[in-house]
Design a protein around this ligand. Structure first.
Ligand code: ATP
Ligand code: MN
Length: 457
């Protein structure tokens, strides 16, 4: 269908005085005796294109005036009567698809919760269309950042046999019926598709290390799956995970890369999505633009875990979970640190080894590991990263302490036998980052079809 994007028609000065065809969905339609105005959206731009109808010259099919109806308009592009952009003086309007009054997206502002019940239509609202335009711009900016900095884009397997960290959190992959006849678990898996227990990957990191210790700098950007049995506003069963892995890098390098990447992507979002951000600033998170601008321009804070715990213990706050050295930080603690103590993004580093993964580099103190989580206001953790243990013996010792089955990690361990190098990386939860950029408070509202416990619409 030959037509132009509304984004182009709205903003192009060269098109003025020329004829253009646009397609879209009617957002509003109002008429007086002489003229009628339709606001048309095709998703390409935050702004809608105003269609002006000279009623004496053009009779409009009433179906073309209904909110939600899909139409095609041919007309002359002219400078808008009000504002900067252009509008279209209609010469011909065709109906593409009518929209009956049951259409659930109505003009009065409906709640996010109501819209969650109609995931197939909610992108037709300003809010959701804006979220997904920002999401797309952010994704492109992430790829651009890594490409420009010499990283290779790697695709790691989604089906995996390594049970690594995600013991309880792993979704199983099977072709076996629920009433399989085998009497033992071992036999059951032996007869399964892969001949062993398999599941959906919780992270591409271990395979990412394989690629990084050959290509130097790599990243993955794909889905991870976690059977989290928690119903929070920050967890999904299926989320998108950005995981760079860098050879010849130590923890401070990892922090520097994470900070530089986030700032660069935030700058892209500020540049490419001004109308979306103005909207979010006005209706979703007051001060959002100021927040993003200052984050892009100032340094993130860094705070060792031990100091973080001291600060939390001194805090005048009513935590539900008490804080002691050795405990995992709860969301309330993370948010207190980043919102109240530092008032900006903060890397918490050097966590107790007991609460972190086996592969993290052990610090000389014997108690902590070279890990770093990035906490941001409004959300808490958006990045988890570390320098990896590159010493074969130390890694094996850590795995034995955790009673892990070493035979399942022969290949991973081999990376420490053949030219082992200091290396590290991090995982960014892409949806959490989109929440941060838009101010949306529920991860379900930045995902097309969110999957979580008892929810697979
Ligand atoms: P949390 O403590 O918030 O559950 P985590 O420590 O289990 O997260 P990591 O294993 O460090 O998460 O994963 C790296 C990043 O992936 C996290 O910082 C977060 O941004 C994102 N992430 C992890 N789990 C989820 C999830 N279930 N849904 C969405 N994003 C997630
Ligand atoms: Mn983490």
């Amino acid at each position: 269908m030959k037509h132009l994007d509304i984004r182009e028609v709205l903003h192009s000065e060269e098109l003025r005085g020329k004829e253009a065809v646009v397609c879209g969905w009617v957002r509003t339609y109002r008429e007086s005796s002489a003229v009628a105005f339709a606001e048309l959206s095709d998703g390409s731009d935050f702004e809608r294109l105003q269609i002006v109808v000279d009623r004496a010259a053009l009779a409009v099919d009433p179906e073309c005036t209904k909110p939600g109806a899909a139409i095609r308009v041919r007309g002359e592009v002219v400078k808008a009567y009000k504002g900067e952009g252009n509008e279209l003086n209609a010469r011909e309007i065709d109906l593409l698809g009518k929209c009956p009054p049951e259409y659930p997206i109505q003009k009065k502002r409906t709640t996010l919760e109501f819209l969650r019940g109609i995931p197939h239509l909610r992108l037709r609202t300003n809010t959701f269309a804006a979220v997904f335009r920002v999401r797309s711009v952010a994704a492109q900016a992430i790829h651009r950042y890594f490409h420009a900095h010499g990283y290779y884009y790697i695709n790691t397997p989604l089906i995996t046999a390594s049970d690594c960290e995600g013991a309880g959190e792993m979704f199983r992959v099977t072709t076996r019926p629920w009433n399989a006849p085998e009497k033992t678990e071992e036999e059951y898996y032996k007869n399964d598709f892969f001949g062993v227990k398999a599941g959906l990957s919780v992270s591409g990191q271990l395979e990412g290390e394989v690629a990084a210790t050959a290509l130097g700098k790599i990243y993955t950007f794909g889905p991870s799956f976690r059977a989290e049995n928690s119903n929070t506003t920050r967890h999904l069963a299926e989320f998108w995970h950005v995981e760079p892995e860098i050879a010849f890098a130590e923890l401070p390098d990892v922090l520097e890369i994470a900070e530089d990447m986030l700032k660069s992507v935030i700058r892209s979002v500020i540049e490419e999505c001004p109308a979306e951000l103005r909207f979010f600033d006005q209706f979703v998170e007051k001060g959002l633009i100021r927040k993003l601008t200052s984050v892009a321009e100032s340094d993130f804070a860094v705070c060792p875990y031990t100091e973080a715990v001291e600060r939390l213990k001194r805090a005048h706050a009513d935590f539900r979970f008490p804080v002691e050295w050795g405990c995992d930080l709860q969301s309330e603690h993370e948010r207190y640190l980043t919102e109240t103590v530092f008032g900006k993004p903060v890397f918490v580093t050097d966590y107790p080894k007991e609460i972190k993964s086996f592969y993290m580099k052990q610090n000389p103190d014997g108690k902590t590991v070279a890990a770093a989580d990035l906490l941001v206001p409004g959300i808490g953790e958006i990045i988890g990263g570390s320098e990896r243990e590159a010493d074969y013996d130390k890694l094996v010792a850590a795995m034995k302490e955790r009673k892990m089955d070493l035979s399942a990690y022969e290949q991973y361990l081999a990376l420490r036998l053949f030219g082992s190098v200091p290396h590290g990386g991090f995982g960014l939860g892409f949806e959490r980052f989109v929440m941060y950029c838009t101010g949306m408070e529920n991860i379900r509202d930045v995902t097309l079809f969110p999957r979580s416990v008892r929810n697979i619409m």
